[in-house]
Design a binder for this molecule. Structure first.
Ligand code: AMP
Length: 223
């Protein structure tokens, strides 16, 4: 099975995606995480992607498609795949549709997360994370001491692309380049499952489980 998480930055796809793959025993392919890792490792891809990411723009389709191909190729045929942050443009979706049949796969479903843009803005620009990967939000879930992780005492950092001006840009880029994917998948024989993302995390998680069970007959342990 292949399921895509679609939705604007800050809508909670990443959090839900991580939980889902834990429950289902699937693999999550999150292009944003892969690009950040490439930057940390100083690879050629990382260097090429840096400028676009820091500006809140999309990394060129060719680089992204090659990255995804490489990750998909290494997976067993019966491993479920959850895409998070990919595809982000119609050409990426077309490339995915072209590469999946070679692997005897297709896109089975799209989970579309939606939330008002003022909520998204606060969710992203307020995000602070510890080097160990714990994430806080200065508006919705602040640490007890400003700038310090409650658990490890590490200094919290603000991602360069979570700065307010960049967040505005990322939201605009979503509307211009990624939102057209909604009609792309609505027109395809793919299940598009709409999830209201502006709710407590547990409610969103419950809605995701219900939709997957109802539309794709997918419950924990399925492949
Ligand atoms: P994310 O963590 O998914 O918000 O991604 C962070 C940044 O990585 C984005 O703002 C883009 O610059 C870049 N990026 C991630 N995924 C893609 C993609 N599928 N296509 C183009 N750029 C991407």
């Amino acid at each position: 099975m292949v399921v895509i998480l679609l939705g604007p930055p800050g809508v909670g796809k990443g959090t839900q995606g991580a939980r889902l793959v834990d429950e289902l025993g699937w693999v999550r392919i999150a292009t944003g995480d892969l690009l950040r890792a490439a930057r940390r490792e100083g690879t050629e891809l990382g260097r090429k992607a840096q400028e676009y990411m820091d500006a809140g723009d999309l990394v060129p389709d060719g680089l992204i498609v090659a990255l995804v191909k490489e990750h998909l190729a290494g997976l067993g045929a019966d491993t479920g795949v959850l895409f998070d942050g990919f595809p982000r443009t119609v050409p990426q979706a077309v490339a995915l549709d072209a590469m999946l049949p070679e692997l005897s796969r297709k896109v089975d479903g799209v989970l579309l997360f939606e939330a008002p843009s003022d909520v998204l803005f606060k969710r992203i620009s307020g995000r602070r994370s510890s080097p160990e990967g714990r994430v806080y939000n200065i508006y919705f879930d602040p640490p007890a001491d400003e700038g310090i992780c409650d658990v490890t005492g590490s200094t919290l950092v603000h991602r360069a692309d979570d700065e307010p001006e960049t967040v505005e840009r990322r939201l605009a880029v979503y509307e211009e380049q990624t939102a057209p994917l909604i009609s792309y998948y609505d027109a395809a024989p793919t299940r598009v499952m709409r999830i209201e993302g502006d709710r407590p995390m547990a409610d969103v998680q419950q809605a995701v489980r219900q939709e997957l069970a109802r539309q794709l007959d997918l419950t924990a342990g399925s492949r």
